[in-house]
Design a protein around this ligand. Structure first.
Ligand code: SF4
Length: 298
């Protein structure tokens, strides 16, 4: 293939967030020490990284398999787990390797304390997040599964606007959507028309590793003619950031694996940017860069 003018940049801010990187390093250390390690749920929403760690010996199990496991070492991933998981571990002689992200662990603690303190005043813990998401399951577990999960305006009918409301967020949600829902809750409390409006306290608990990613990615996408966004298909952070990338630069391709990237690339791009989700490994973006470089003889 003829050599052509082309520059490929990997987004220096893309790749694993601190919490996921930490969990992977803990898993690798355990495996290197020769232990058999089970991971409760996928350690990261990226099939390639999971395959790499499974080659090293990591065994991924679901919650049903976990219930039947005894006398084993189990890793808790960055998303965290509800108290029930710890209870089962005690009963089944399971040694937990707790790789819950410290930011998530802190949020769990905050919600647990809030829940205990607001019981008397019949307050409601509300969590802006995706129902069924692992982190959200861990968060509502701190409230005996009584917290109200809201994902969109439709869910706001679940809240009683005559009682105190304490709003938190899953760490990986969109800040704008959070602000919109917060304002709508405030409006509904006013509309409830109580002489003494119900107290409302909101805590923006979106992780800065996520909220800063969007503006950083937008700036990077604007600097390139063609963007290649790399992410696992079941990563919610990946879907969110891909949308932002595509809206900023409509010339954006989505790929999960190097094999999915079709060559030659569309058009005649000169500056190609490669970026990814907080669950995309750096080595995967490098493989994609190398594939393009080989094809165009760079
Ligand atoms: S996104 Fe933030 S809170 Fe969530 S695992 Fe990563 S570092 Fe932790």
């Amino acid at each position: 293939m003829e050599k052509r003018e082309m520059k490929i940049d990997i987004d220096p801010r893309a790749g694993f967030c601190f919490g996921v990187q930490n969990a992977i390093e803990i898993a690798e250390k355990e495996l290197r020490a020769g232990h058999t390690v089970y991971c409760l749920g996928q350690i990261v929403h990226n099939e390639m990284e999971i395959a790499r760690l499974e080659k090293l010996g990591l065994i991924t199990i679901d919650h049903e398999q976990y219930r039947h496991l005894k006398n084993a070492r189990v890793l808790i991933r960055a998303h965290g787990e509800p108290p029930e998981t710890y209870r089962i571990a005690r009963e089944n002689n399971i040694h937990l390797i707790d790789a819950t992200c410290p930011i998530v662990a802190h949020l769990q603690q905050k919600i647990r304390t809030c829940y205990d303190e607001i019981k008397k005043e019949q307050g409601q813990v509300v969590i802006f997040g995706k129902k069924g998401h692992a982190e959200v399951i861990g968060l509502i577990g701190q409230t005996g599964n009584t917290a109200i999960v809201i994902n969109s305006e439709e869910d706001l009918d679940k809240i009683d606007y005559h009682r105190p409301v304490y709003l938190y967020s899953q760490t990986t949600r969109d800040i704008h959507q959070y602000e919109e829902l917060k304002q709508e809750i405030q409006r509904r409390i006013r509309e409830a028309g109580d002489q003494q409006p119900a107290p409302f306290i909101s805590y923006n608990t979106i992780c800065s590793q996520v909220s800063n990613r969007a503006p950083e990615l937008q700036a990077f996408a604007r600097e390139h003619d063609l963007m290649i966004f790399v992410s696992g298909r079941n990563s919610s952070n990946g879907k969110y950031l891909y949308e932002i990338c595509r809206q900023t630069n409509p010339n954006t391709l989505f790929v999960s694996l190097p094999e999915e990237l079709q060559l030659p690339l569309p058009g005649t791009p000169q500056r190609i940017g490669i970026s990814g989700a907080t669950s995309t490994p750096g080595w995967l973006m490098e493989q994609i860069r190398d594939k393009i470089a080989r094809h165009y003889n760079l």
